[in-house]
Design a protein around this ligand. Structure first.
Ligand SMILES: [Fe+2]
Length: 180
């Protein structure tokens, strides 16, 4: 994309809509764990084009960051690592500071959530990195339907030359994005 068109590119990947087996259970989980608030909730069939239940949840000011849907005519099974249809592997919630990240880590422990991975620094460059990729610090839990949620902070920024800039505003040596 050339410079002239840079302002018209998509801003970010924002919300995800999950199919859940029980909206009440998931709503309680996302309220309790991430302090999400319900913006709107609608019954299946309330609109002629929407034969499923919907709940729009927000984190801050935008109308929704997460949508829960449930089709009463479908029989749901939980996601299963061994044998599942292709789909989303995980989705992620960004913390604005490392203190916020640590707050949610302790909250996950308080709630006795199973931390399925981490906390870990995904980096091949950071001195405490695990040798993987992504350049951020993360941990992962499962929601009531076993959707894998990542909580993270301190993701590197890619500058205009393709170099990685870490959360301390330092250029990470020997890094370059595949495409600039
Ligand atoms: Fe991730």
């Amino acid at each position: 994309m050339n410079n002239k068109n840079e302002d018209s590119r998509v801003l970010k990947c924002q919300h995800v809509s999950l199919e859940v087996s029980d909206v009440d259970v998931s709503l309680e989980f996302y309220r309790k764990f991430l302090n999400m608030k319900l913006t709107e909730r609608h019954k299946a069939g309330e609109h002629k084009d929407i034969p499923f239940e919907m709940a729009f949840l927000r984190l801050n000011k935008q109308h929704h960051d997460l949508v829960l849907t449930h089709n009463p005519n479908r029989k749901y099974t939980k996601k299963n690592d061994e044998n599942s249809p292709a789909g989303i592997h995980h989705f992620a919630f960004e913390c604005s500071t490392r203190d916020s990240f640590l707050f949610y880590l302790s909250k996950a422990k308080e709630m006795n959530l199973k931390i399925v991975r981490g906390p870990v620094i995904h980096s091949s460059f950071h001195k405490n990195g695990d040798g993987t990729w992504g350049e951020n610090e993360s941990f992962y839990v499962l929601d009531p339907d076993n959707h894998r949620i990542e909580i993270f902070c301190d993701m590197a920024i890619i500058n205009k030359n393709g170099e990685y800039i870490n959360s301390e505003n330092m250029t990470v040596p020997d890094t370059i994005a595949e495409e600039i």
